[in-house]
Every structure is written in structure tokens, then in C-alpha cells.
Design a protein. Structure first.
Length: 104
């Protein structure tokens, strides 16, 4: 198992209580491996402790990337959350810490 950051990088943004995460493979040849391993269900489980209710994944094979939309994960959003940092930007690091099997 290896940390996802060894295979990809991420960008994140937020809008209200919705997190938008982009996962981009360092090597586009790893797209299929990432598609198998970084599923909607696994991402939802990763963010469950923050109250996430659903995840939608949009595949962008031509870019070797994915876009994940995570609902209800920001505890009300920047203006409503009681946590120190209500922004979604820092949550990309949580995704990149996810462990996945090494590709062949």
C-alpha cells in the first residue's frame, strides 16, 4: 500500500457546504488504476467523520483526472462552520493521504 500522493496531486475548492476535489494522476497511464481504487464509496468513507452525505465522481480520462463532489462535508461552509478552517482547500490533503495498492 502507498499513499495516494505518490500517484497523484489534488486541488480543492468549496461552495457553501459542498467540497469539489480534483485528483490528477502524475502519470496519466495510472488513470485506470486510480479509477479502480479511488471510488465514490471509499471517498465517502474517508470523509464520513465530517458528516459527508454523498460523493459523485466525474471521470476525465483525457486529462488523467477525476472530479469528486462531496456533499455536506464543510459543516455549514466557511461562514457557518464552528471549526477553525471551514474551507475545502485543506481537505485535499486528507484525500492524498488515502492508502491504495501499488500499481503493477
Amino acid at each position: 500500500m502507498i499513499a495516494l500522493h505518490r500517484l497523484a496531486h489534488a486541488r480543492a475548492g468549496d461552495k457553501g457546504n459542498r467540497l469539489n476535489l480534483s485528483l490528477i494522476a502524475h502519470d496519466p497511464a495510472q488513470f485506470e488504476h486510480l479509477a479502480r481504487e479511488v471510488t465514490e464509496a471509499k471517498v465517502l468513507a474517508l470523509f464520513a467523520h465530517r458528516g459527508a452525505t454523498s460523493v459523485r465522481r466525474y471521470d476525465l480520462p483525457g486529462l488523467g483526472a477525476f472530479n469528486f463532489v462531496v456533499e455536506d462535508v464543510l459543516q455549514g461552509g466557511v461562514n457557518g462552520a464552528l471549526n477553525l478552517d471551514g474551507h475545502g482547500k485543506t481537505l485535499s490533503f486528507l484525500l492524498l493521504a488515502m492508502e491504495v495498492p501499488e500499481p503493477d
